[in-house]
Design a protein around this ligand. Structure first.
Ligand SMILES: Cc1ncc(COP(=O)(O)O)c(C=O)c1O
Length: 390
């Protein structure tokens, strides 16, 4: 039976390594750094890649392979490689595919560390980046140069929850023969499959909703097998591999991803509805609220709205700080996509070193609050936000 024809929930549960002689029901943990060879010929053929088998866990490991296979099935991807963190996935993907002199066209609003890669580290290797406004994706073509190789974006974006039209990005990338890479972290493979809209590669920080319980770090890149081959060769030599233990945890987490995401999104929509009616809230951004500027695009490409709600608190930075101080139940934490609801105020924390102008360029207004809605009783989360807003 090919798992490709099974439902996504079944794929997440029934994609499993071959059973060992113990006939275990749940997959065992292969905590081993290396694998043995039967003889010199077996070893030669394995290193020559004439055989598909595990050699060393920096290259591959049964637990990481199971995790990758599930993500590939759920994203409709040909192949993948799993990393120790989401940032290892982002960095290694670019580093494997780009040469000195290449150029990236990126959405202006991308995760902070990704932005730092573009602005601080890639220029060291003569790799440059131009940014398009996430609210004006029709301008992307203005930034494409003869040396452009990659178009990069997140959708929804972190932290402002803007939505980019993936179909439009896919068409532009195809027209100019560019590699389209989408960070699908906020949506997960359950909500959105960028490959369906023309993405060549999809990246996830598995640390977020894929683990979903705030336990382990992980990352994964899946997509076209020719590109994954380059990423694999780069990573096999540079060493950003996911640990077998974390892969085991993440593969188990995928078994419950669909039900968790359904509940996260149901709770998030209720939180968004509550915030929209609150007098101290200037505006709310949630992909499945009709008031979201890209509501129609969100409905076209997403199955559900996700678990992140962004809102603008009246009164700017000071109100944002006071709001955080009054929060009782939700956590003040840098993570997101946990069972526990988390609130952050980027202008006074993660992005406080930027000027107001720099913050606005990446869609971070002074009063922007990001809520990662968890799986608690939603009324308790709403009550906490309510008392903190008063
Ligand atoms: C959109 C996005 N991409 C990448 C990352 C990086 O992932 P990690 O923290 O696993 O390195 C994050 C982390 O918050 C993120 O939100």
């Amino acid at each position: 039976m090919s798992n490709q024809n099974l439902g996504l929930e079944t794929q997440a549960i029934r994609t499993q390594l071959e059973r060992s002689q113990y006939l275990e029901h749940s997959v065992p943990l292969y905590l081993t750094s290396s694998f043995i060879f039967e003889d010199a010929e077996d070893m030669r053929a394995s290193f020559a890649e004439e055989k598909e088998r595990n050699i060393y866990s920096r290259f591959s490991n049964p637990n990481t392979s199971e995790f990758i296979e599930k993500i590939c099935l759920m994203e409709g991807a040909e192949d993948g490689y799993a990393f120790a963190t989401g940032m290892a996935a982002v960095y290694s993907t670019f580093a494997a595919l780009l040469n000195s002199g290449d150029h990236i066209v990126s959405a202006s609003s991308v995760f902070g560390s990704t932005h730092t890669l573009f602005t601080k580290y890639f220029p060291k290797w003569n790799i440059t980046t131009s940014y398009f406004d996430v609210n004006k994706p029709e301008t992307i073509e203005n930034y494409i140069q003869p040396n452009t190789k990659i178009i990069y974006a997140e959708s929804p974006t972190n932290p402002a929850v803007d939505i980019l039209d993936l179909e439009l990005l896919g068409k532009i990338a195809k027209k100019h023969n560019l590699i389209l890479i989408i960070d699908n972290c906020f949506a997960t493979p359950y909500i959105q499959n960028p490959i369906q809209f023309g993405a060549d590669l999809v990246i996830h920080s598995a640390t977020k909703l894929i683990d979903g319980q705030g336990r382990v770090l992980g990352g994964v890149t899946v997509g076209r097998s020719d590109l994954i081959r380059e990423i694999y060769l780069f990573s096999r030599n540079t060493g950003p591999a996911l640990s077998p233990f974390n892969a085991w945890v993440l593969s188990k987490s995928l078994e419950t991803l669909p039900v968790r995401i359904e509940k996260h999104c149901e709770n998030a929509l209720k939180v968004a509805d509550f915030l929209e009616d609150h007098p101290n809230v200037a505006s709310v951004k949630y992909p499945f609220l009709k008031s979201h500027p890209q509501y129609e695009v969100a409905k076209k490409q997403m199955k559900l709205g996700g678990n992140i709600v962004a809102f603008e608190i009246k009164g700017g930075i000071e109100s944002g700080r006071k709001f955080l101080d009054k929060i009782k139940l939700c956590s003040l934490s840098a993570n997101l996509g946990d069972t526990r609801s988390i609130v952050t105020h980027p202008a006074s924390t993660t992005h406080s070193k930027l000027t107001e102008e720099e913050r606005l360029a990446v869609s971070i207004t002074d009063g922007l609050v990001r809520v990662s809605v968890g799986l608690e009783t939603v009324q308790d989360v709403i009550n906490d936000l309510k008392q903190a807003l008063e």
